[in-house]
Design a binder for this molecule. Structure first.
Ligand SMILES: Nc1ncnc2c1ncn2[C@@H]1O[C@H](COP(=O)(O)OP(=O)(O)O)[C@@H](O)[C@H]1O
Ligand SMILES: CCCC(=O)OP(=O)(O)O
Length: 362
């Protein structure tokens, strides 16, 4: 049975898992404090720090690199792609290293997998699957409001699709038979309209589009943003950090950790309570938009991601307010690690063909 290592770098965490075929041997979520990651100038520089944690995890689990038969990493900011499993190749590594299509922690999935492969000195398969750039958006949904700007499909594609399949099975149906609104709440938040197996519309979780999240601003008033850009107060990089990394809950409460936010609320912090509640309010509004994109024909609203563990957030502020649209199914955390392992296993078993990434072709 093949031993599979899954590497899932997120903006606030590194999630690792080991599988013996489809059976989970061990999983581990390492949560990163913003100070820990902000010591690195670029995301690429974080790889040595995160790689050390992976090697420690493997050693503690009794599965050093020479026992691993397959590595599957989370897929990052590549050119817009069809869903599926992709070989980690030189063209992909080049685009991720140079952040040609943008920076996000998921870029490290392929990079870390490739570096571990070369350190192992072995020739084992290395893949990514359903990267954050999976693009199934309808042409109408691509309009922004000005021809110089196009809306982009950047979201938790892997987990949204994995939990959508899981919930469809609960209803005794196939994913391709259902209309779903999927809400993923992690360091970033994405809300997708899934029509019969295709994500026809979704907010860009990385770029000023959607609700604010633990570390991102979401949609901002444009005139205020332009004013700030030209105020001389911030450099371009600082402005970028203000909307991604230091926006959202981080800006309002000083932390990206919702468990800490709940602790502050229990201690009586009204400012934290209002900010956390406002995040829920924005999520509801975006879920409503996606329900409208599905013309109100919604079979289920699925809520997933780390924040879905927080019952004090979920019940009074989200599910009670959303239940008028459709039944609600909750998949706390998500299913990303198993989805990645299965994607790699399908390829080595021969039931799916992996695709080659070519950054140059359009
Ligand atoms: N049990 C929990 N209760 C409340 N919030 C939680 C819980 N577990 C995780 N979270 C929150 O979920 C967020 C991270 O979600 P996650 O999906 O793991 O993020 P990412 O993969 O984007 O790094 C953090 O704000 C974290 O505090
Ligand atoms: C890039 C979209 C996915 C995303 O926001 O992931 P995290 O929540 O892990 O940052």
């Amino acid at each position: 049975m093949p031993i599979v290592l899954v590497i899932n770098p997120g903006s606030t965490s590194t999630k690792l898992a080991l599988f013996n075929d489809r059976e989970l041997i061990r999983e581990h979520t390492i949560r990163h404090q913003p100070e820990e990651l902000s010591q690195f100038n670029t995301l690429y520089e974080q790889r040595i720090f995160r790689k050390k944690l992976i090697v420690e995890f493997l050693q503690k689990s009794g599965y050093p690199l020479d026992r691993i038969d397959l590595i599957v990493g989370r897929g990052g900011m590549l050119k817009p792609l069809q869903g599926g499993t992709y070989y980690v190749n030189d063209s992909m590594i080049e685009d991720l290293k140079t952040a040609r299509y943008g920076e996000h922690a998921s870029n490290l999935g392929a990079i870390l997998a490739r570096e571990l492969l070369s350190e192992s000195g072995r020739d084992i398969p290395v893949f990514i699957a359903d990267p954050v750039v999976v693009d199934e958006m309808e042409p109408l949904a691509k309009y922004s409001g000005h021809p110089d700007f196009k809306r982009r499909s950047i979201f938790h594609a892997l987990n949204q699709k994995a939990v959508a399949r899981q919930v469809a099975a609960r209803y005794g149906k196939r994913y391709e038979e259902m209309n779903l609104v999927v809400i993923h709440m992690g360091g970033g938040i994405s809300i997708g309209a899934h029509r019969k197996g295709k994500v026809i519309d979704v907010n860009n979780a990385l770029d000023g589009d959607g609700p604010f999240s633990p570390e991102r601003s979401g949609t901002l008033p444009l005139t205020g943003l332009i004013k700030l850009c030209f105020s001389g107060t911030y450099t371009k990089d600082e402005m970028k950090k203000l909307i991604k990394g230091k926006g959202g809950l981080m800006a309002y409460t000083g932390t990206t950790d919702c468990q800490k936010v709940q602790m502050y609320i229990r201690q009586g912090d009204q400012n934290c309570k209002m900010a956390y509640k406002a995040m829920a309010y924005q999520i509801i509004k975006w879920a409503g938009k996606m329900a409208a994109a599905l013309r109100g024909e919604v079979d289920s609203i699925i809520i997933t991601g780390g924040i879905a563990y927080d019952k004090n957030f979920m019940i009074p502020w989200l599910t009670e307010k959303l239940s008028f649209i459709a039944p609600i199914d909750i998949v706390p955390g998500g299913n990303e690690e198993l989805a990645l392992a299965m994607a790699g296993l399908r390829v080595i078993e021969g039931s799916e063909e992996a695709r080659e990434y070519d950054g140059l072709s359009r």
